[in-house]
Design a protein. Sequence first.
Length: 219
Amino acid sequence: MYIPEARSFDEGIEFYGKDIVIVATRQENKVIISKSKSPQLKAKKTKTIVYGPLLFAIIGNLILNNHVFLENSKIQMLGILVLIWFGIICYFFFRSRNPNMLQTHKYHAAEHKFLNYVDKYGKEPKNSEEVMKMSSISYRCGSTVIAVIMILLTLCISGCLWIPTIVLKILWIAISIFVTLYLWTNGKCYFLQKFVIEEPSYDEVEVVFLGGKEFLKIK
């Protein structure tokens, strides 16, 4: 049993299936479950999701094709990595300080609890109380994936700038992959995630539980 993707917002959560979207919200203290064929929340975030990596790819391509820059400006290259890290951390930090995002962060944490239960036990939870007991941290969170990618890029680029031969560079990249996976599996890549979750109450968990339960029925 596996849930491929879900996204939280300030009123509830959307679960994405192959042909249908389950939307769970709380309205007038009642949990409302609805079905849709179009992922409205996902569509709203498409531009942000696409433009960020696109901009990063363009900058990276320009840098990597500038051999003079790579050969003579290693410190500048490291400076670019620092600026990228700074930009990412600032984005998550100021996003966490936005009071309008508090409810979204609670639903996000409740989403993680539900996904963690399904991933761990391979079955649907019996009630909201079982979901409440799970951790709010998820290895599948997008913020953690960003952190993992950035750690890997930082290790690979930082080492390859000073390593002279191609064989040693390949060896260093292999070591970087191993170190990154080790950090990920041992819970050392969750620092960005803590900016986008807030411990949920029973109300948020109940919405996610009922929405997830409905999703698993049709899956």
